[in-house]
Design a protein around this ligand. Structure first.
Ligand SMILES: Cc1ncc(COP(=O)(O)O)c(C=O)c1O
Length: 500
């Protein structure tokens, strides 16, 4: 593509310059460290950046992500129209604040918060589930500390009990806010937190147990009801009052529509707060999450800032100050546009397309399916036989067809299992599912014709092979498989952001 510009170089002054983008701007390296001294025309700046961005993956083929990649043009328009609105200016943009409050109310009702039909719920819009989890964690920590102080007990060693399948944002919370994360280890064939083991791990310093509705790794729902039963028993025996938080980042907008009778939310008495990502199955572009509390009593008032908004009190509890308004407006659009009926239909479609993909992959006869039929619509699968080739190679070869499918190893104690995961979003159709199966088949057939990476002479492979053979002459197939998984993990760590 050619872009014309009328900018004049000093040596060309006096002449009307008709220079092309290619001849003038692309010759110089793009600025990477220091802001350039001179301006360039807007169309050239656009072209340079746009051309580089072409090398990013195509978001709609990014099957690694739960995050929304398609919305209706009407909503795109609302988003564009509100890009210049700072959400924090509540006095200036009272309607936007009102839309946020309406979304909080709708989500709290969806999650069966014990509030009246027209009562305002306690919750807030966030940048995503990560911020929502930080806020929920801070509320638990402060409540626990206040109680311990009043009892004259030490309050400097708070902990949270979770499964080892927890998403990285919990580790961030733990590190940033000085809370120990006690992780229940997984086991081969069991990839979520075992409620019985979690309850064994709690102690007087446990500020909450975090259960995941829709494990990031396999989409499986953890058993919140059983956790509640076991934890209630423990609380009664010990006099502790340990609550539950549900991380419903991806499952919070799936379960109410597909499994309305599943009790995982505020119907379960110990559940005091829930986070959900608006930008996942809430069907909004990236940048919105939500946290809701059971009641006012579960959010310590000292964490809440009160803003005077049109003469009335607008409580706020967020980590940052300024942020965009568009995603909040887009969330409200989706709620009123789709309604319960629309969300149910979208989730049913996703589930059906997940079924098509799962059955197609099963038919290939080369993979084990690890995801469950009840859960977030995704398909997680591992190679039945991975001593010759690995899921990491499958993922790499799928890239050549345009698909971005993440491959990763499971957390402890299931780290010898390496999986591929395909998230089914609203815009992933039946025909794309069939195409993906056909491309996976081609990749598997191709790999059958290629030597195993362990038998090639490539330096990086040789290094690991030596390492393996030095230590493990006469390894069993399972041990070899573990070593291969470890090698690949090392290779891809740092390159991949991991499961998100
Ligand atoms: C279970 C779980 N919790 C939290 C998060 C973080 O969510 P967000 O990207 O909305 O910050 C994710 C992301 O995938 C997740 O799967």
């Amino acid at each position: 593509m050619v872009i014309t510009s009328t900018v004049k170089e000093p040596e060309e002054q006096g002449q009307s310059l008709h220079c092309t983008f290619a001849s003038r701007y692309v010759r110089d390296p793009v600025p990477k460290f220091k802001m350039p001294g001179k301006s360039i025309p807007k169309d050239a700046a656009y072209q340079i950046i746009n051309d580089e961005l072409m090398l990013d993956g195509a978001p709609r083929l990014n099957l690694a992500s739960f995050v929304t990649t398609w919305m209706e043009p009407e909503c795109d328009k609302l988003i564009m129209d509100s890009l210049n609105k700072n959400y924090v200016d509540m006095d200036e943009y009272p309607v936007t604040t009102e839309l946020q409050n309406r979304c909080v109310n709708m989500i709290a009702h969806l999650f069966h918060a014990p509030i009246e039909e027209d009562e305002c719920a306690v919750g807030v819009g966030t940048v995503g589930s990560s911020e929502a989890i930080m806020l929920a964690g801070l509320a638990f920590k402060r409540k626990w500390q206040t109680k311990r102080k009043s009892e004259g007990k030490p309050y400097d060693k708070p902990n949270i009990v979770t499964g080892a399948n927890v998403q990285v944002c919990w580790e961030k919370f733990a590190r940033y806010f000085e809370v120990e994360l006690k992780e229940v280890k997984l086991a081969e064939g069991y990839y979520v937190m075992d409620p019985a083991k979690a309850v064994e791990m709690v102690d007087e310093n446990t500020i909450c147990v975090a259960a995941i509705l829709g494990s990031t790794l396999t989409g499986e729902f953890e058993d919140v009801k059983l956790l509640n039963e076991l934890l209630t028993k423990k609380n009664n025996e010990t006099g502790w009052n340990i609550p539950i938080h549900v991380d419903a980042a991806s499952g919070g907008f799936v379960a109410p529509f597909l499994y309305p009778d599943l009790e995982w939310d505020f119907r379960v008495p110990l559940v005091k707060s829930i986070n959900v990502s608006g930008h996942k199955y809430g069907l909004v572009y990236p940048g919105v999450g939500w946290v809701v509390w059971r009641s006012k009593d579960d959010l310590p008032d000292e964490l809440v800032f009160h803003i005077n908004y049109l003469g009335s009190d607008q409580p706020t509890f967020t980590l940052n100050f300024s942020k965009g308004s568009s995603q909040i407006i887009a969330q409200y659009y989706q709620f009123i546009r789709l309604g319960f009926e629309g969300y149910k239909s979208v989730m049913e479609n996703c589930l059906e397309n997940a079924r098509v993909l799962k059955e197609g992959i099963e038919k290939l006869g080369r993979f084990n399916i690890l995801s469950k039929d009840i859960g977030v619509p995704l398909v997680a699968f591992s190679l039945k036989e991975s001593t010759q080739h690995t899921v990491f190679e499958v993922a790499d070869h799928l890239r050549k067809y345009g698909w971005i499918v993440p491959a990763y190893t499971m957390p402890p104690d299931a780290q010898n299992i390496a999986v591929l995961r395909v998230v089914i979003r609203e815009d992933f159709s039946h025909s794309l599912a069939e195409r993906l199966v056909s491309d996976i088949e081609k990749v598997v057939k191709l790999l059958d014709t290629l030597p195993s990476p362990l038998s090639t002479k490539a330096a990086h492979i040789t290094a690991i092979t030596n390492e393996i053979s030095d230590e493990k002459v006469g390894n069993s197939a399972i041990e070899t498989q573990k070593e291969i998984a470890k090698y690949w993990k090392r290779l891809v760590d740092g390159k991949r952001v991991g499961a998100c």
